[in-house]
Design a protein around this ligand. Sequence first.
Ligand code: HEM
Length: 485
Amino acid sequence: MNAVSKLGIVKMTETSQKAMTAEQGRETPQVPPKQQQMPKHVAQLGEEESVWFKLTSLLKADDPMSTLQRMAERYGGIIPIKLKSQKIWFITEPEYYAHILVKKPDNYVKYFHGMSAIFGKSMITIDGALWNKIRKPQQPAFHPNAFEGYFPYLQGALNDKISRWRGFARSGETIEMVEETWTLAADMVCKALFDRDMPFNPHMVFGAVKTYTNVMEHKNIRLRKVNGQLQEASQEEAAKAMDLWISIPDTVIGAVEKDHREKHLLKMLQAAENDPDFPEFDHQQTLDEMKQYLWAGTETTALTLSWAMYISWKYPEIAEKIRAEGEAVYGNREMTWPDVAKLTYTRQVIQETMRVYPPVWALIRTAAVEDEIGGHKIMPGDRMVMCTYVTHHDPKYWDEPEKFIPERFEKERVKARAKYSYLPFAAGKRACIGGTLSQVENTMALSQLLRRFRPEYVGPDPAEINPTVTLTPKGGLPFKIHELS
Ligand code: HEM
């Protein structure tokens, strides 16, 4: 555990200090010739500037999330962590989230170093007037009025998943839940937003993306890089993986259009690309926006559904309530669009799942100007790490925070809650564009999958957390699927 000095600066432990110093001592390594020939997206892997890379010393603990909770408990809602060349502020108080995300969002800019291979120059990574200009033409695709039109496509993806699970129930094989839900979320995005069936193998593609988002791997790769040991297999695998990832948007565009719909997200992106008054939106922008949706819009949704499946196994009474609600709302007929709004309890289970397991467990910004937060002076260039996981588990804001209680999300209780204490989708103008859509997807999926199946978790319990850029289950979530009669 790190210690706080009189100045309130968290000092690294001897071991982590050593690791950092050793690494910083090698800041300008002799670059072997092969490295210079590396594609840019590979060279960025383990980029030293990545805040995730810097945080690995904190996340290495056996139980990293408890370590972060203890840190906040002991040292407060804003903690300076001084690394040799960098100050990081570890923030857990809702009022400071409001300050950074809502009141002064332009003073704290996006910080995506080390992730550009995944997102390119998509809107999630950029700021200012250009961000605004790029988001505007896409916004209508996420207006709730559009969702009814998406419903048959979301249902189509879900029907494919139900058929596949019937096969698993017959074969009795063990499945990996995150892979299953990730495939579902990606198929939903392709069908509803791009008017295409998913034309790629998601297991291969998303395995590739994880090479980048698994922060622990970043550090290993970086350390090998600074040691000049570049020919490690993982490096080459990462190169191949990223080549695959970069090719995906073109594969989607090239796939057969399902229904030649007049209006969907891909059409909106292409219209912006063809707009002569919008020269900044070139073809690469379209490809990068698609990459952003295929990652930010799928892994997060999938992790939520996976953790909800685990919870439904752990607390069978919750699964039974979800089944009873489905029985009451749509019984044995097909679900319809108006039914989705009536699945109140199921939606609350999804919301509580995102409290306990927030897929984006920390929000990152860089200070652009001098500022003051909680009596601390913030300097331009300081990194702000807002750890929503800790806030979601803080007894100051949640009674019995470690208990899974979906009823916390009943209307009256939500109104009484401290503002900004629940932020799975961030807040302010940079909040998630797809938060509401993801809840529609997951409510439909959780209700219908549990109506037909009894997923049995067969991994070690409790399932452990691996905090990559997203909150993933350590070693996955293995399940067996049983069909209900
Ligand atoms: C459970 C599901 C989801 C979670 C937890 C989630 C979470 C988030 C969070 C926390 C942010 C803000 C990141 C930051 O401030 O640095 C964000 C942004 C974003 N999300 Fe989501 N998201 C989810 C689903 C989706 C879906 C379904 C889509 C689209 C299909 C989507 C597309 C985006 C985009 C494009 C942004 C960037 C918005 C901007 O910068 O203007 N997300 N998401």
